[in-house]
Design a protein around this ligand. Structure first.
Ligand code: UN1
Length: 483
């Protein structure tokens, strides 16, 4: 553990910490007695200072040379990739993601910065002829201003990266609040950003609670756009406040993503895709598959093989090389998983395996991946997002029934199908109401350079990532000029 008390980053400086009483301890979920880092929490006043700094820096940054923006973003991406092992270790330690997955996440963060380094040079605009003689029209993008970024705990570096990089790329200034459960990766990222050549005030990071820091950001009249990833409940509050202030908002929230397995599927592919999507990253992804909908002909062999493979997964310390599934993020999430398992049993579903707290000497928050069968579509475990490795299996007769079941959810983030039939694959891609559709691939684990997002109760506002990020992080200007 580092003995240094870490602090927020405001107006180009890590804030000097003067005997603050409000201290945040970041613990290791594999070994909760281990403190990864200590932080001095920010309050409302410091948040106001950060917003004021971002506002003051905003005009100059919006008009900055795109080569400067490209160089800064590239430097950040390069350092993240150079320090990938060290950053992955830290991520694994604070979140409980196994090292291999943490490495993948760090790479994704570094590459997002490199992607937007290039994107900064692609200022796009359109020229039109007016319907009036001798008038020319230009349509182009401009920075929005100060962007408030609120990120969740399940991707401690990749989600901050894919929000911060496009915000800066398109000339916005940033006030960033990471989740309190995972401040260490965010702090490491801020430290890298602090040395990248940005003018003071362009990037600010506040470590502190949602009710103080997050709330101040969302309600500030000087914050021009808010991008949020997190729970549906908080997302709704963010949206309501943003609507009342008439500022743009981008929300990525929950999912209850279906994976359809048809009779003609390759069995090993189906089992691997289900396992990967449902249980890896401890099921703590909004893209996780938590409902597997299986047609009758393959049902028995699929369940048998899935159970075998699930039972063989190694649950344990995220830092150990042999571990497949690390701990859940904290004791609260562990309780939530266990209470959903109880709810499933109470409602009459059959628990095939797992669903238990796995005791360990260090007291890690270990939970064995659970498979429920005999599930009906009214059960809470089938309808609500659990955010843990809990899988419901629904048996259906044919593709049409499977499709209808897949669609029967208030969410619409990701959906998958395992089939060797081109006809069903094409039909599923076309008709699914999810924002992302996977064929013979897990519902979770997406690329960094293409649009990311969902429909219905999962998302609101323009897509994240890739060139699509421009829609949220810029506003459109139309100019008319007489020749
Ligand atoms: C992925 O599946 O690769 O919070 C990304 C989440 C999503 C990111 C998932 N916003 O789980």
């Amino acid at each position: 553990m580092s003995s240094v008390m870490k602090t927020s980053y405001v107006n180009g400086e890590f804030v000097v910490c003067q005997g603050t009483e409000d201290i945040l301890e970041n613990i290791n979920p594999s070994n909760p007695s281990e403190i990864v880092d200590r932080f001095a929490r920010a309050d409302e006043a410091l948040t106001q200072q950060a917003i004021a700094a971002a506002k003051a820096a905003s005009k100059e940054w919006a008009n900055s040379n795109p080569q400067l923006r490209a160089d800064v973003l590239d430097r950040i991406g390069t350092e993240i990739l150079e320090r990938r092992e060290e950053l992955a270790k830290l991520l694994s330690l604070e979140e409980g993601k196994i090292f291999k997955e943490a490495l993948g996440e760090v790479d994704r963060a570094g590459r997002s910065f490199k992607f937007y380094a290039q994107e900064a040079l692609r200022a796009v605009g359109e020229k039109y002829n007016s319907v009036r003689d001798q008038v020319g029209i230009d349509v182009y993008n401009q920075a929005v201003g100060v962007v408030g970024i609120i990120s969740p705990w399940n991707f401690p570096i990749a989600i901050p990266a894919w929000k911060i990089a496009p915000a800066l790329c398109f000339g916005n200034t940033v006030v960033f609040k990471p989740a309190e459960l995972v401040p260490s990766s965010a702090w490491a990222l801020a430290e890298i950003i602090s040395r990248s050549g940005l003018p003071a005030g362009v990037f600010n990071m506040l470590i502190g609670p949602g009710r103080k820091v997050g709330d101040t950001i969302i309600r500030s009249p000087d914050v021009n756009a808010i991008t949020f990833t997190g729970s549906e409940g908080t997302g709704r509050q963010v949206a309501e406040i943003a609507a009342s202030r008439l500022v743009r908002v981008q929300l990525e929230m929950g999912g209850k993503n279906p994976l359809v397995v048809l009779d003609d599927a390759d069995l090993e592919t189906a089992v691997d895709v289900a396992l990967q999507g449902s249980f890896f990253s401890t099921g703590q992804r909004c893209t996780a598959s938590s409902r597997v909908i299986v047609t009758a002909g393959i049902y028995d062999s699929f369940i048998k093989r899935l159970e075998e493979k699930t039972r063989s997964l190694k649950i344990g310390d995220a830092a150990k090389a042999e571990t497949d599934i690390g701990p859940v993020v904290d004791s609260k999430q562990l309780k939530q998983n266990l209470s959903y398992v109880q709810a499933g049993l109470d409602e009459g579903a059959t628990l095939l395996c797992g669903g238990e707290h796995l005791p360990s000497e260090e007291g890690g928050f270990y939970f064995t991946p659970a498979i429920f069968t005999n599930v009906t579509s009214e059960m809470r475990i089938y309808r609500e997002e659990i955010f843990g490795p809990v899988l419901c299996v629904l048996k259906v007769e044919n593709y049409e029934e499977a499709f209808a079941a897949a669609e029967d959810t208030p969410f619409g983030l990701s959906a998958g199908i395992v089939t060797t039939s081109l006809k069903y694959a094409e039909d599923f891609k076309r008709r699914s109401s999810a924002g992302m559709v996977m064929v013979n691939l897990a519902t979770a684990g997406v690329d960094y350079h293409v649009a990311f997002g969902g429909n219905k109760g999962s998302s609101l506002g323009p897509r994240e990532q890739g060139t699509y990020a421009r829609q949220f992080f810029t506003k459109v200007k139309t100019t008319y000029q007489l020749a």
